[in-house]
Every structure is written in structure tokens, then in C-alpha cells.
Design a protein around this ligand. Structure first.
Ligand SMILES: [Zn+2]
Length: 108
């Protein structure tokens, strides 16, 4: 008798971010990312979100509001990419994941 195989994935992926409207500065909005690390620790990151022209897909410039104000160029779509260390190391990151989720739900 098979035991029920309920492999409910522990969601450690970032929940979709939030984009504020109206714009907070010309051509830019605030993107708030809420990263849930296995439900133990929640980190909030705020970025200025600015669409940038890119032929290969929807692309954005994210400038961190806190800390050292790092800026990442993020592209979503089939050939997603990001400049952050996470993406370089793992091939995915919270920036790409959340922008993709926002795009898919038409909230970008
Ligand atoms: Zn990234």
C-alpha cells in the first residue's frame, strides 16, 4: 500500500514583490521585495525600479535604497539574467524571480 506522497515544497523562494504606485520619482517606482528564508527570517529590500530598453527581453534597473545602494540590471524572460552575486552563483535570484512573478501577474 502506497503511502500518500505529499511532498509539499517548502517555499523558500521569494514571494512576489510589490511595486508601489504612483511613481516616486520620474521614470521610477519602488519595488519592495520580501524574502522569506524558510519562514524563519523575513528580509525586506526596497529598490528603485526603472525599466530599461533591451532587445532581448524586458529589462529593469534595480537600485537598492538601503545599504550601499547597489544597482543591478535585471532581465527577465527566456534568457533571464541579473548582475547580483546570487544569480552569478546559482543561475537565479530574488530579483529575477520576483520580477518574473510580477510580470506574469501583470503587476509590473
Ligand atoms: Zn539578482
Amino acid at each position: 500500500m502506497a503511502t500518500s506522497n505529499r511532498s509539499q515544497a517548502r517555499a523558500s523562494s521569494p514571494s512576489a514583490g510589490r511595486v508601489s504606485s504612483p511613481p516616486t520619482r520620474p521614470g521610477g517606482r519602488i519595488l519592495t521585495l520580501r524574502v522569506d528564508n524558510d519562514g524563519r527570517k523575513v528580509e525586506i529590500f526596497d529598490y528603485y525600479l526603472k525599466p530599461v530598453a533591451c532587445e532581448e527581453g524586458p529589462a529593469f534597473e534595480l537600485s537598492k535604497l538601503q545599504g550601499d545602494g547597489e544597482t543591478y540590471h535585471v532581465r527577465i524572460g527566456e534568457d533571464a539574467s541579473c548582475e547580483c552575486k546570487g544569480f552569478l552563483r546559482w543561475g537565479h535570484c530574488k530579483h529575477v524571480d520576483s520580477l518574473t512573478a510580477l510580470k506574469q501577474s501583470n503587476r509590473l
